[in-house]
Design a protein around this ligand. Sequence first.
Ligand code: ZN
Ligand code: ZN
Length: 217
Amino acid sequence: MPLLRQLEFAFRSTGILPVGQPGVSPGELVIEQEGSPQLVHPVPGKMPTGPTAGTAVLLQTARELLRAHGADRIARELRVEWNSRQKTTAGRADYCQKLISLNPQLFEHPAEIDRTLRHELAHILAQFRAGRRRVLPHGAEWRQACCDLGIADEKRCHNLPFKVSESARRYVYKCPQCQRDFPRVRRIMRAVACLACCRAHNGGEFDARFRLKLVRL
Ligand SMILES: [Zn+2]
Ligand SMILES: [Zn+2]
């Protein structure tokens, strides 16, 4: 049952069951994928400033992108919201509701807002093109949509170091190179490296030298 599997997937990956209704296709960005190397951004020093930016600009961008790819019908119905109920996922795409939800903590990572919007939009566009046919959350259709939306290199798994409550932040990892902390809710079960250092020293590719190390339980 694809939907249930998807929900379970999201639950296992984020520890938080996605808010949604039957038929929802969670386009979560944080997915547990054991064995595959991932890059994560270091924790920024400042606290989130809160959702102050209007969604009008984002919505306009999203609609123009959809129209440019023949999805006028969806473009009209689409909505974009900031949803603080999301904790560790950067964004979600709900095709049934024609709704893209973005985590307000993206304000800490302004450069990621547009990319996250396009990532989620790719879920919407892929499903629109597929019609009634079921598509995999990050399958070939989604990848094609990413290419069309200008994020051909988008990773299906993309972690952002969102702040989580003190009690939930049980594990702290450290980059051996830049010494920055990566607080996590759960233990990291796969190879994860510091994105900043991989970018600085290895052209943005995964580099085992910058693998995060557990420093505190
Ligand atoms: Zn996704
Ligand atoms: Zn680093």
